[in-house]
Design a protein around this ligand. Structure first.
Ligand code: FAD
Length: 223
């Protein structure tokens, strides 16, 4: 997929959304990710390639990614991303992944997000909202601080039940307590790899494996 950079929006002082115009509008399913390679001299040891969930909805004209900006600690990749100029072109691998909605529209959904792991849920809920499709969703959103919670307006406007967890560790037990009667619900978990692995391990003995869906973001150690 060929993209040209359009503009950047600030979700918070350190969480940015980068918007790109696709040459041909890609067919993607809300919740999928792309692989992006940037071309620049002297990359650091983490290299020139990253994966990003599309935070935009398939109903949007442009596509977006949303990421955390670590200022002077940012990788050379993120520094290059942040210095893209308007209309600068880049190639990305087409969207892929199955962290997407189930076909069964009546299935109740629990979306667990750690930090920037909120991105696939933004894409999904924006899509449902634009399409006027109603699903029962409970968002359980853990972040380092209140200031790091993004996109809450969309989730609340859509009618999601929203539980935020700030300044404390989200555990499997808390998820089950928040989700109440979870026996029939599909639980999605998205966020930093160590957090998702740990929550999956805590939940797998209580929830059937086919009711748990995970999306790992390597590169972040914590929310
Ligand atoms: C399927 C998938 C979807 C993803 N979706 C998203 C998404 O929507 N948004 C998103 O932001 N990320 C997403 N990621 C993760 C993304 O690909 C990057 O790994 C992540 O954003 C970190 O980027 P970065 O490595 O450029 O580091 P930075 O973001 O620049 O820094 C990340 C952290 O690493 C620390 N750090 C700095 N140098 C080093 C070093 N040498 N070694 C180790 N740590 C260091 C920094 O201090 C900071 O804490 C996704 C990954 C996958 C696999």
């Amino acid at each position: 997929m060929h993209l040209t950079f359009s503009h950047k929006t600030h979700e918070t002082s350190n969480i940015y959304t980068y918007w790109f115009k696709p040459l041909d509008h890609p067919k993607h399913i809300a919740g999928q990710f792309i692989e992006m390679t940037l071309d620049y001299p002297d990359p650091d040891e983490r290299g020139t390639k990253r994966w990003f969930t599309l935070s935009s909805s398939p109903t949007d004209e442009m596509v977006s990614i949303t990421t955390r900006w670590f200022g002077d600690k940012a990788s050379t990749f993120k520094q290059t991303l942040d210095s893209l100029t308007k209309n600068q072109g880049l190639e990305v691998v087409d969207p892929d992944g199955d962290f997407t909605l189930p076909d069964d529209k009546d299935k109740e959904l629990v979306f667990v997000a750690g930090g920037i792991g909120i991105t696939p849920y933004h894409s999904i809920v924006k899509y449902l909202s634009d399409k006027g499709q109603k699903r029962k969703i409970h968002l359980i959103y853990a972040a380092k601080s209140k200031d790091d919670l993004v996109f809450l307006d969309l989730f609340k406007k859509y009618g999601c039940k929203v539980t935020t967890v700030v300044d404390e560790t989200l555990t499997g037990a808390k998820i089950l307590e928040f989700a109440e009667d979870y026996s029939e619900k599909l639980i999605y978990i998205s966020g930093p790899e160590p957090m998702v692995e740990s929550l999956y391990d805590q939940l797998k003995d209580h929830v059937p494996k086919d009711q748990l869906k995970t999306d790992y973001f390597p590169g972040y150690q914590t929310i």
